[in-house]
Each structure stands twice: as C-alpha cells, then as structure tokens.
Ligand binder design. Structure first.
Ligand SMILES: Cc1cc2nc3c(=O)[nH]c(=O)nc-3n(C[C@H](O)[C@H](O)[C@H](O)COP(=O)(O)OP(=O)(O)OC[C@H]3O[C@@H](n4cnc5c(N)ncnc54)[C@H](O)[C@@H]3O)c2cc1C
Length: 471
C-alpha cells in the first residue's frame, strides 16, 4: 500500500479533518520541545475516540507503517516525534479530551489520554479531591504522555510517580485490538499486572487511550519556604529533619544551584532573588495538609535546621502571591535554560547519600573536558533526582556540541559507578536508547527485547525509541 492509499483509507475511516498531510499542518507535530529532535511524517492522524485509534492502528499495521504516539509533545528525550524518513505516522491523542467520570466512592477519576494534566488536577479540585502529580509542563502535557513516560515531578516524595497513581488502563494494542483494563480495583491479583507494562513504555508497546486514576484528600493548607544552603551535603542532611517534622505531609523538597537561579533571574521577567546576597544552593520546601498545623511544622523543622547549621537563610511564603513567586523560581528553570541557548540535559538519579559526592566529583572532570562549561544543577532532591544540565561556555555553543558525547559519557559513568540511573523520570526516547544498552545489564536489555517482541512483533509502535539497536 502506498502512503497516498493509506491516507485515503485513514480519511475514509476517521473523517477528512482527522488526517493531516499538508506540510504546514504536519510541522508542529514533528519537532520536540527542546528543539533537538526534528523529523518528518507521512501524516498526522487525530482520532476522536478509542475506536478511531484502533482503526488507525489497524490500517497502519496493514500498510506496515510505523506509528509515533504523541500527547502534549513536552517530552524531553525525543520520544514523541518521528524520525527523518518521512515514513512514519504521528498519532496525536490531542482530540481525546473527555473526563469520563469522577467517582467519589471509589475515589477515582477516569479520563481520556489527551486530557491535559492540569485539567485533571482542576476536575479533582472541583470535586474537593486532589490529583497530586505536578510537573512544570502540566498545562500542556497529557495524561497519556505522563503514563507513557511514568512522569515524576515535584510531589513524588509524598505520592510517588505516575505508576503509583494509575489503577486501570485502556490500551490499543499494536494489532488494533483494544485491551479494556479500565478497572478501579485496588486489589486485583489475577496474574501479571499488565497495566504496569504499558506505564513507562513510551508508546513502544501500545497506545494508552484512557485511564482510571487515584484521587487523594485535598491539601488546602500549604506552608512553603525557600531556603539558602551552603552545600548539597546540608540539603541531604536536612531531609530527615523535614520528614520528621512534616508528619507525613512533606510534599516537596527541591534543590537549585546558584547557576539555575541566576538563569531564572536573567530570563524570566518579574523574578526576584528572595535573599540580599547570593548563596551556593537553594531549596524549595512545602508541607501541605488540611489542618492549620502545617506552618508550625515547617517552622519547627527550620528551627532545628538553623540550630544544626544546615540552613543559612530562609523565607517563608506569607501568602499565595509570594508562594507562587517562590514556586516560579523553581518551575521556570527549564524555560530559562532554553532561553540561554544550547544545553545538554542529564536527568539522573543517585542514592540520596551520594548526591553531594556526585556534584563534587563531576565539576573538575567536566571542566577538564570543556573549560568554561556551566553545570546547571537542580532537581527533586527528596527523590535523589538531579537535572544535571550543562550550558555552553559563554558564547561558545559549538564547543559544547563538539564535546557533548564525552561530557555525557563522563556523567553517565559516574552515575553508574555510584549505583544510580541515567534516566530518572524523562525516559529513554530516542536520546538515551543507545546509552541504556551500555549501562543496563545484558539480561535486562534482553528481557526488554522479549517483551517488545511479544507485544509488537512487527516493531511498528514508536520505532527507534527506548530499545537499543540490535547488536
Ligand atoms: C518545562 C518542562 C518541565 C518538565 N518537568 C517534568 C518533571 O518535573 N517531571 C517529569 O517526569 N517530566 C517533566 N517534563 C517532561 C514531560 O513533560 C513529561 O515527560 C510528560 O509526561 C510528557 O507528556 P506529553 O503528553 O507531553 O507526552 P509527549 O511528549 O507527547 O510523549 C512522550 C512519550 O510518550 C509517548 N506517548 C504520548 N502519549 C501516549 C499515549 N497516549 N500512549 C502511548 N504513548 C504515548 C510518546 O510516544 C513519547 O514517547 C517536563 C517538560 C517540560 C517541557
């Protein structure tokens, strides 16, 4: 079947407007958020419902054409965009935006894959519940994308990653069949937990079309502080103090290096340094709950921290406007780094105890490889997850590009030697699939290949992503 014939059949099945082939219409779907990955697509299909997704998958399978599922296209590893062959079809879930039900007894929400994360948070709030997953991209990223990448974010410390929040899934399989696993059950030991295979599989095993998600009690009282710290060691030593005083309500504990804050102050209009003088490190802390004691808990934790010399200075948010300004200092880092120019992203996890050692050992090693390179360090310190991004020496993007492979190898070798992971929450996509083969064991890579072979034997689901090339 030619691509023209496939387009005709897709149009006949899904309707004229659901299939885009004009280059101007297709272009927005073929570049990723970072700008590092740009491909070309045979077509973009935009089904309105699960049956439409299944029909599109069946037709692509008959034509032997690869399918790239796409949600909000905010992924950071090039997983949601096609390659440069022009042979692949992008399947966008953007029209599947229905919130199907909010169930106050089961304490769940059932939504379609294309619903933006923020819309799910808002629907939960409207029912006096909380959907706790929270990311800087929440206005644009979709539930399908957050499931496919097993997204993390700023509340993992308390609520876990997306995997921990999914109870049931509906998935269109690579042969076009629909697996209806949309069950709200909290207990279901009937063999393999199939939904877990699809969570974090980055569109390589099937297309998530809907999900049942857990809801949580709302946390209308929030106590938020921005702290100045001398070292990463102080940040890790502070974690048990915050946990102890937080009483199970410690929700957020984020770390920022001075370079990260500097980027935000430079590029984000209206941002302001909360302190009179610069410090080496900063942390954003939030304790959240339904009772008035959250502030007292935060103050008690900070009192002990100051006493133990762990905190140099602190600002506690006096109200919603100040809270939001402090949050922006953390959440605007990705945008600010993008405005600064080329950077190399490393999203890594380490045993929390080794975060300081990693940061101390990396700096001279990288400086030796590329004098003037600027590590911009921030992340979810409570999860041992650092975004260790490297900006170019001032005015020398070309030098960063030339040294990129060596710099990344140095970072990944150190992470691996310390027992960490080269992808904490962004996934492998196209960016890290080769590296994953180097740093995962042969047994692990083999198991991944067996799963892929079993579910997608013809390799049409998101080709060229996640799995390393054979050999
Ligand atoms: C400013 C900013 C901040 C961010 N902060 C965080 C953060 O704190 N934590 C974090 O984890 N991530 C973060 N991200 C990364 C990104 O937002 C997440 O990976 C998000 O889960 C991607 O969702 P999406 O809908 O945009 O997916 P896309 O980018 O469209 O796709 C991501 C991957 O999922 C696949 N996919 C998408 N939808 C489906 C589906 N329905 N079925 C099967 N496969 C599918 C795609 O093929 C691709 O491989 C951030 C990104 C930005 C730009």
């Amino acid at each position: 079947m030619t691509h023209d014939q496939l387009h005709q059949r897709l149009r006949a099945a899904l309707g004229e407007t659901a299939v885009l082939t004009d280059p101007d219409d297709v272009a927005p779907y073929t570049s990723d958020w970072t700008g590092a990955f740009t491909g070309t697509a045979s077509a973009v299909v935009r089904p309105a419902d699960t049956e439409g997704v299944a029909a599109a998958v069946r037709l692509c399978a008959e034509a032997g054409v690869g399918i790239v599922p796409q949600g909000g296209n905010t992924g950071l590893v090039g997983g949601g965009v096609p390659d440069g062959s022009g042979e692949q079809v992008v399947l966008s879930l953007g029209r599947m935006r229905r919130i199907r039900t909010v169930d106050p007894i089961a304490d769940t929400i059932t939504v379609e894959a294309g619903v933006p994360l923020q819309a799910v948070q808002e629907a939960a709030t409207a029912s006096d519940r909380l959907f706790p997953l929270s990311l800087g991209s929440e206005g644009s990223c979709t539930i399908g994308g957050t499931i496919a990448t097993n997204a993390g974010g700023t509340a993992v410390l308390r609520y876990g990653m997306m995997r921990d929040l999914v109870l049931g899934l509906e998935v269109v399989l690579p042969d076009g069949r629909v697996w209806d696993g949309l069950r709200p059950l909290r207990k279901d030991n009937t063999g393999y937990d199939l939904k877990q295979l699809f969570i974090g599989s980055e569109g390589t095993l099937g297309i998530v079309t809907a999900a049942v998600l857990r809801l949580m009690p709302p946390t209308p009282r929030r106590a938020t502080a921005f702290l100045a710290l001398d070292s990463v060691d102080a940040a890790t030593a502070l974690l048990p103090v915050l946990r102890q005083h937080g009483g199970g309500q410690l929700t957020t504990y984020e770390l920022l290096g001075r370079q990260a804050l500097d980027l935000v102050l430079t590029h984000q209009p209206g941002s302001r340094d909360p302190f009179g003088e610069p410090h080496a490190w900063y942390a954003l802390v939030e304790i959240a709950g339904s009772t008035d004691d959250v502030e007292a808990r935060l103050e008690a934790a900070l009192g002990e921290a100051v006493e133990a010399d762990l905190v140099g200075d602190a600002v506690i948010a006096g109200g919603p406007a100040q809270r939001s300004a402090l949050w922006r200092l953390r959440e605007d880092i990705s945008e600010a780094q993008k405005s600064e120019g080329v950077s190399i992203k490393h999203d890594v996890t380490l045993p929390i105890d080794d975060l300081a050692r990693f940061v101390t050992e990396m700096r001279p090693r990288l400086e030796e490889l590329l004098p003037g390179v600027r590590p911009v360090t921030y992340g979810h310190v409570g999860d041992g997850n650092l975004h260790y991004n490297l900006s170019a020496p001032v005015g020398d993007d070309a030098a960063l590009r030339a040294a990129a492979a060596d710099l990344t190898r140095a970072v990944y070798e150190t992470v691996t030697a310390l027992g960490g992971s080269i992808s904490a929450e962004h996934g492998l996509g196209a960016l890290k699939r080769a590296a994953a083969a180097r740093y995962k064991s042969d047994v692990e890579v083999d198991l991944m290949r067996m799963v892929k072979q079993a579910l997608d034997p013809t390799g049409l689901m998101n080709p060229g992503k996640v799995l390393p090339t054979a050999g």
